[in-house]
Write a protein that binds this ligand. Structure first.
Ligand code: ADP
Ligand code: MG
Length: 412
């Protein structure tokens, strides 16, 4: 009798140890995949800067030739798809920068759905069952849109050849109500009130051995799958202090439940579509002189050409030290510094703080193949500095410059 108790206790301890090892391995693997993902994304963004930047320039020059313009637009389309993939990869790392504002969850979901409405309607019936009351959340609308799109796409993929049914729900739920749902993510439900977005399909369902891997980056069961959709979703949700739970039954379907902290004040930004504001290059002073500090030739070439096209003069420095020397030499003539963050030897962050010490007001545009969150630099208090992630188009460069270079009368 005594012996059998001993054996069970030992077995139990062994099992617990094995489970713990498994979890540790899993989390280490995820961590290294995260590092891999973000370094690939960084390198690709630098290359894509050459593609997207040059295409947007060519597009400007081709206004007279509609046929060539059409081809250029197609190339731009493909390049943007590639950029979308790197964005997803960066999202996975979870340290991505965030532009949060107060928005309504339901409105965001509806708006994202509109982008894929035509495609979805061909393959599935969509039923909306959404909250009538606003669900204010403090969130990055573009990232949230990405989550909604990824989940809808996955649901559609799960139907294979038959026509499917997708339920999209939004509602608010208290902690107690959520605990009753028995989601696997119970530990992550820490707040009292959540805004919930739920998407349920009646597709193929996910077998248990696959279910435990679906959030891994690069894990996919699809022939042409990339396996970054759910990894990106998880990164984004983490960034919003939310949770994402999944339940699935093979043969009957899958349901994803996402919770985001529900805000009490309902001051919701109504400008859902105005994330990109039009602005005019002419607002910038002519005869501006830009100092570009950038080691990657592809990026510096594109940047120089873009500034050329906007009829701005520019000077190039290929590393931080030369950058500071040139800054000191031409200080009085420089309107703005365009500074890459990852430079050899003295890195961009150091160059940034040195230039800031020399002049508290000179506009500085920081660029990088990483996102702002990943380079861990807080520029929120510096109104004369902004960040532009590669790859960027000419219009995005223009818009960023407009935000830091004051053009009102006082500065002329
Ligand atoms: N709604 C769903 N129904 C069935 N399987 C799903 C669903 N969502 C995700 N999966 C599984 O999770 C895997 C990973 O998804 P994801 O990260 O979006 O990558 P991808 O869609 O490129 O394969 C998919 O390959 C699929 O096996
Ligand atoms: Mg997917």
């Amino acid at each position: 009798m005594g012996i059998s108790i001993d054996v069970t206790t030992r077995k139990k301890a062994e099992n617990e140890y094995k489970e713990w090892l498994h979890k540790l391995e899993q989390s280490q693997r995820l961590e290294s995949l995260g590092l891999l993902a973000s370094s690939i994304a960084h390198d690709f963004n630098n290359i894509l800067q050459g593609v997207i930047g040059n295409i947007s320039l060519a597009n400007e020059l081709l206004s007279e030739n509609p046929q060539a313009k059409h081809l250029v637009l197609r190339a731009q389309d493909s390049a943007e798809k590639a950029a979308e993939i790197t964005t997803q990869l960066l999202s996975y790392s979870g340290k991505n920068s965030c532009e949060k504002k107060m928005i309504d969850l339901t409105e965001t979901v509806r708006e994202a759905y509109k982008l894929v409405e035509r495609l979805s309607a061909k393959k599935a019936d969509i039923r909306f069952d959404v909250s009538l009351r606003p669900l204010p959340i403090f969130a990055d609308i573009r990232k949230l849109r990405q989550v909604v799109l990824n989940l809808i796409t996955n649901a559609i993929d799960s139907f294979k050849s038959k026509r499917g049914l997708i339920y999209i729900r939004t509602y608010s739920a208290t902690r107690e109500e959520l605990l009753d749902l028995n989601l696997e993510v119970i530990n992550e439900i820490r707040l009292d009130n959540y805004a919930i977005f739920e998407i349920e399909d009646n597709g193929s369902g996910i077998p248990a051995n696959i279910l435990e891997r679906i959030f891994e980056p690069f894990f996919s069961t699809k022939v042409s799958g990339k396996g970054i959709g759910l990894a990106a979703c998880q990164g984004i949700i983490k960034l919003h202090e939310g949770f994402i739970g999944v339940s699935s039954t093979v043969g009957s379907g899958t349901s994803f439940t996402i919770g985001l902290p529900l805000q009490s004040s309902a001051e919701i930004a109504s400008n859902l579509n105005s994330s990109t504001q039009l602005s005019d290059a002419k607002k910038l002073k002519l005869n501006s002189n830009f100092l570009i500090i950038e080691d990657e030739e592809i990026s510096s070439n594109v940047c120089t050409s873009m500034l050329d096209h906007l009829e701005f003069k520019s000077t190039l420095a290929k590393d931080g030290k030369t950058g500071i020397q040139k800054y000191l030499e031409f200080k009085s003539e420089i309107t703005c510094v365009i500074l890459d963050v990852s430079l050899p030897e003295i890195d961009g962050i150091e160059v940034y703080s040195m230039i800031r010490k020399l002049d508290g007001n000179i506009p500085i545009l920081l660029t990088s193949g990483y996102s702002l969150g990943q380079i861990s630099l807080d520029i929120s208090a510096d109104t004369q500095t902004t960040f532009l992630q590669k790859p960027y188009t000419m219009k995005q460069l223009q818009d960023s410059l407009n935000t830091i270079i004051k053009t009102d009368g006082a500065n002329e």
